[in-house]
Write a protein that binds this ligand. Structure first.
Ligand SMILES: Nc1ncnc2c1ncn2[C@@H]1O[C@H](COP(=O)(O)OP(=O)(O)OP(=O)(O)O)[C@@H](O)[C@H]1O
Length: 267
């Protein structure tokens, strides 16, 4: 089954074509990675898929439904959730409450039902608490549930962001450079968590500069350069592809960027 399908997706910023006629599919199973040198259009692609930017042309289908140009909140509520390059947590809330906020994205107990039907709201609150603690354990954060999110070291904050995104119960999760700023050990733990998420049935699409993480984690890779898709295949196939090697080594028209470098996050 295809979870996500991009058909000729294009995004222009004035005269610049940041994403140029890109088509690919994300199957429901496993982990798909988008890689490419700096400025290749990866973040713009994520902004288009998650509704933060409308495309200039093309269509985006989530589980066969056209979501092109829909607002981000509607796309997220429909089961397609993203994380950002820069960690965006509620810093004053506890670690547990950050995950609870994610759960409420899919919850039914809004303010009115909480006032009118307190018993069912209470039951839902208990379910949210249980699910949140389960996700914290999954992300290795159970012992820090009551600490303020701002007290966590950076690597843990990234795990918390992932747990919060999973709390919404997505069927597709977009991860924007999840390994940025992580050390080797944290990156290996992240890789295992991403594999678990996929094994549990959530499709994963990630952008990543850390090639070790991509090669160890992804089932398939889409490579973009100057806004265009230049290759796709298994990690082994794209690593051996001459067009990909040329893009990363800066031969021909490509920009020169070492695939394993992690630049300062932006966007
Ligand atoms: N809002 C914007 N307005 C104008 N140009 C933009 C905008 N967003 C991105 N761009 C340009 O579009 C191109 C693609 O940028 P994008 O951030 O999508 O690349 P990227 O592959 O995510 O890069 P990186 O790996 O550095 O994060 C770049 O030339 C960038 O300068």
């Amino acid at each position: 089954m295809t979870r996500l399908r991009l058909e000729g997706v294009t995004r222009r910023f004035g005269g610049l074509v940041a994403v140029d006629d890109v088509s690919f599919e994300v199957p429901a199973d496993g982990v798909t990675a988008v890689i490419g040198p700096n400025g290749a259009g990866k973040t713009t692609l994520f902004n288009l898929i998650s509704g933060f930017l409308p495309p200039s042309a093309g269509r985006i289908l989530f589980e066969g439904k056209d979501i092109t140009g829909r607002p981000p909140a509607q796309i997220a509520a429909g089961g397609l959730v993203r994380t950002f390059q820069l960690v965006k947590l509620f810093e004053d809330l506890s670690v547990l409450d950050n995950v609870k906020v994610g759960c409420h994205l899919q919850g039914k107990a809004g303010l009115f039902s909480a006032l009118l039907r307190p018993a069912s709201a209470r039951r839902e609150e208990q379910a949210v608490e249980a699910r949140s603690r389960e996700l914290l354990a999954f992300a290795g954060l159970a012992a820090m549930a009551d600490e303020p999110a701002s007290a966590l070291p950076y690597g843990r904050q990234r795990m918390l962001e992932l747990a919060r995104a999973m709390a919404a119960g997505p069927r597709l999760i977009l991860l924007d450079e999840p390994a940025a700023g992580l050390n080797t050990e944290e990156s290996a733990a992240l890789s295992r968590i991403i594999r678990r998420i996929a094994a549990d049935g959530t499709s994963v699409l990630l952008i990543e500069h850390d090639m070790t993480l991509v090669m160890n984690t992804a089932d398939r890779v889409v490579v973009v350069d100057f806004g265009r898709k230049i290759a796709q295949g298994t990690p082994g196939e794209v690593r051996a592809d001459p067009a990909v090697i040329a893009a990363y080594l800066g031969t021909g028209k490509s920009s020169a960027n070492e695939p394993a470098t992690q630049e300062a996050p932006h966007g």
